[in-house]
Design a binder for this molecule. Structure first.
Ligand SMILES: Cc1ncc(COP(=O)(O)O)c(C=O)c1O
Length: 398
C-alpha cells in the first residue's frame, strides 16, 4: 500500500519529530547517566484548570447523557454560553444558533476549515512561521500554499504588501493568528484589521486562530470579533487549552460568519460527533464562572518568563522579551551558527547533552529557521534547572 500524495506532502510534523527524539533520549541517553528529560518543547500547561470546572465535569460524567453521542442540538447550552461570553468579552451580540460552533480544539477547527471552503488547487495563505495545523489543513484540502514571511527585523510584523495584488486576487483564504505561536508576539489589532480589509477587497476567507486571546503579557491581544466586516468574511477560533489549562480535554469553539460556521459544521458532521456533554458543561462553567481565571495564570507566566530570560542573560544568551505568556522565542547563538548548526541540530545536541527538550523554530516553517521555542510549562524551579544545565554546555561549546 502506498500513502496518499497528500500524506507524503504533509511529511513528519515537528511535534512527532520531537517525540521521537525524546523517546530516544529516554531509551538511550538516560542509560549513559544523563539527567532526566526536562520537556519544554510543547505548549501544554502544567497548571490545573479551575477546580469548579473539574467538579462540574465529574458531576456531569455520571449522567448517561454524557456518555451518549452529542449531536448539534445538544450543544445549545454551550453555544448560548459562548454568545454570552462574546457579549461580556467584546460587547457584541452573537447568534448562538448560526454563528457559534463547538470544536475539539482550535487545531481541529483550523485544520478542517480549508476542506469546507477550498477546492483542490485553490490558494491559501499562511504566515511563516505558523502553527503546523495551518499548513496541514491546507495540505489535507489539496490546496496551494502561499506564505507571508515574518521576520525578526520587522519584529515579526506581517508585511501584507509583500504579496502582489494579483497574488491577493488568487487567494481564497488566509489563516492569521496573533498572539502568535511561535514568535511569542501579541501583535496588534490594526494588523488584523488590515487582514480583514484584504479579505473583503480580494474576496477571501479570513480565519483567525486565537487560542491565546487571554494570554497577553504586554498590550492587548487582537480579536477578529472586534473588526468590522468579520460577519462577511471571517471566522475566529478560540480554545480552552491555554488560558483555562484544559489542553488534554480537547475543547474549543469557533465564532464567525454564518456561512462559514455552517460549512465547517457540515464537514465536522462527516468526521465525528461533538465532545461529551460532561466536557461541554465544564466549558460552560469556565466561560460563565471563571472569566477572571486567565488573569491569575498570567502572573505565573510573567514570573516564569522574567526569571528564565534573566537567568539566560547571565551567561550571555540574549532572548527578546515575549509579549505573550507560554513561550520564549530564542535565537540560536552565533557560536552555534558559526559551527554550521541549524536550529534542528542545536535542539538535537542540546537534548542529547543536557536532557532539555526545546522545539526547533524551522518546524513552524522556514521563517522560524535559526530560532528555538521554549515553552514555559514548568515551575520556575525547573525552568532554572534547565538554564543551569544549559550553562556549562554553552560555556564548553561557545
Ligand atoms: C496557534 C495555535 N493554534 C492552535 C493550537 C492548538 O489548540 P487546541 O488545543 O485548542 O487545539 C495551538 C497550540 O499550541 C496553537 O499554538
Amino acid at each position: 500500500m502506498n500513502n496518499s500524495q497528500r500524506l507524503n506532502r504533509l511529511g513528519i510534523g515537528v511535534f512527532e519529530r520531537n517525540d521521537q527524539r525524546k523517546e530516544k533520549y529516554k531509551s538511550f541517553y538516560l542509560r549513559k547517566n544523563k539527567p532526566p528529560l526536562l520537556d519544554l518543547s510543547l505548549g501544554s500547561s502544567d497548571l490545573l484548570p479551575p477546580a469548579i470546572v473539574i467538579e462540574e465535569i465529574k458531576k456531569s460524567l455520571s449522567s448517561p447523557l454524557s456518555s451518549s453521542y452529542s449531536l448539534h442540538a445538544a450543544t445549545k447550552p454551550f453555544r448560548e454560553a459562548v454568545a454570552t461570553w462574546c457579549t461580556k468579552r467584546f460587547g457584541i451580540e452573537i447568534n448562538p444558533e448560526k454563528e457559534v460552533l463547538l470544536l475539539v480544539g482550535s487545531q481541529e477547527g483550523t485544520a478542517h476549515l480549508p476542506l469546507a471552503v477550498l477546492n483542490s488547487g485553490d490558494s491559501g495563505l499562511i504566515m511563516d512561521p505558523s502553527y503546523p495545523s495551518h499548513r496541514g489543513g491546507l495540505i489535507l484540502a489539496d490546496a496551494h500554499i502561499e506564505k507571508l514571511l515574518l521576520n525578526a527585523d520587522d519584529r515579526w510584523k506581517p508585511n501584507f504588501d509583500s504579496l502582489t495584488n494579483s497574488k491577493w486576487d488568487q487567494l481564497k483564504m488566509m489563516i492569521f493568528g496573533f498572539p502568535h505561536n511561535p514568535t511569542a508576539q501579541v501583535g496588534e489589532q490594526s494588523w488584523l484589521e488590515e487582514a480583514v480589509n484584504r479579505g473583503l477587497k480580494h474576496d477571501l476567507v479570513i480565519a483567525h486562530d486565537n487560542p491565546y486571546l487571554d494570554l497577553a503579557l504586554e498590550g492587548e491581544a487582537p480579536a477578529l470579533l472586534r473588526c468590522n466586516g468579520w460577519r462577511e468574511c471571517g471566522i475566529e477560533f478560540f480554545s480552552f487549552s491555554k488560558a483555562w489549562c484544559m489542553g488534554g480535554l480537547r475543547l474549543g469553539f469557533a465564532v464567525g460568519a454564518e456561512k462559514l460556521i455552517k460549512a465547517l459544521k457540515e464537514i465536522k458532521g462527516v468526521i465525528d460527533f461533538n465532545q461529551s456533554l460532561a466536557l461541554q458543561n465544564g466549558a460552560i462553567t469556565a466561560l460563565n464562572e471563571s472569566l477572571e481565571w486567565p488573569n491569575n495564570i498570567l502572573e505565573i507566566y510573567r514570573e516564569r518568563r522574567d526569571r528564565t530570560i534573566n537567568s539566560f542573560k547571565e551567561f550571555g544568551w540574549e532572548i527578546p522579551n515575549s509579549s505573550m505568556a507560554l513561550y520564549l522565542w530564542m535565537p540560536i547563538p552565533n557560536w552555534a551558527s558559526n559551527r554550521g548548526w541549524s536550529d534542528e541540530q542545536f535542539a538535537i545536541n542540546l537534548l542529547e547533552e543536557t536532557g532539555v527538550a526545546l522545539t526547533p523554530g524551522s518546524g513552524f516553517g522556514m521563517g522560524g529557521k535559526a530560532w528555538l521555542r521554549l515553552a514555559l510549562v514548568r515551575p520556575v524551579k525547573q525552568l532554572e534547572e534547565a538554564v543551569s544545565r544549559i550553562k556549562p554546555w554553552w560555556n564548553a561549546n561557545s
